[in-house]
Design a protein. Structure first.
Length: 161
């Protein structure tokens, strides 16, 4: 079993939408926020397609730190809009952690989250409230230092420009 998620970057208006990044492992909030923190540390510019590419690079470095593998990371077409209807057409298995919709702006990270719900024998995507996202973010703060140490090892003595 994985710890799956799908990550999508958008501009503030959600009109510019990056390709969708599928993570089979490390799709939990602790990993996603650590990957985003590393992007900030590397001063990755706020451009949806560029962010998507650099996010993939960072995740790939993390996944391949001990054993090089061809699994765990994929890219698929973006949805037409950021709605449950269009997100459900994205060809990834997002069952564990759902979707992270990320806007990295001048004022920091804004995030929307959609997770899989189940009612009356049917699956649907449910949007988390801002309060639920805030609680999720606060709950993983203790895990971030170990990720920071890992990224420091991955970077080694390379300078960040």
């Amino acid at each position: 079993m994985g710890n799956r998620a799908t990550v999508i970057f958008t501009d503030e208006s959600e009109e510019s939408i990056s390709p969708a990044v599928y993570l089979h492992w490390n799709g939990g909030a602790d990993s996603i926020y650590a990957f985003l923190a590393e992007m900030d540390k590397r001063d990755i510019r706020n451009d949806q397609c560029y962010e998507c590419a650099r996010f993939i690079h960072i995740v790939g470095d993390f996944m391949d730190q001990e054993t090089i593998t061809g699994l765990s990371l994929g890219v698929v077409d973006s949805p037409k809009t950021i709605t449950p209807e269009h997100l459900s057409t994205v060809k990834t298995d997002h069952g564990d952690n759902g979707f992270y919709i990320i806007h990295r702006g001048e004022d920091g990270i804004r995030m929307k989250r959609f997770i899989e719900g189940h009612k009356d024998g049917k699956y649907f995507l449910e949007e988390l409230t801002p309060e639920q996202i805030k609680q999720e973010r606060e709950s993983i703060q203790d895990a971030l230092p170990s990720f920071t140490d890992t990224f420091d090892k991955i970077r080694g003595s390379k300078k960040i420009d």
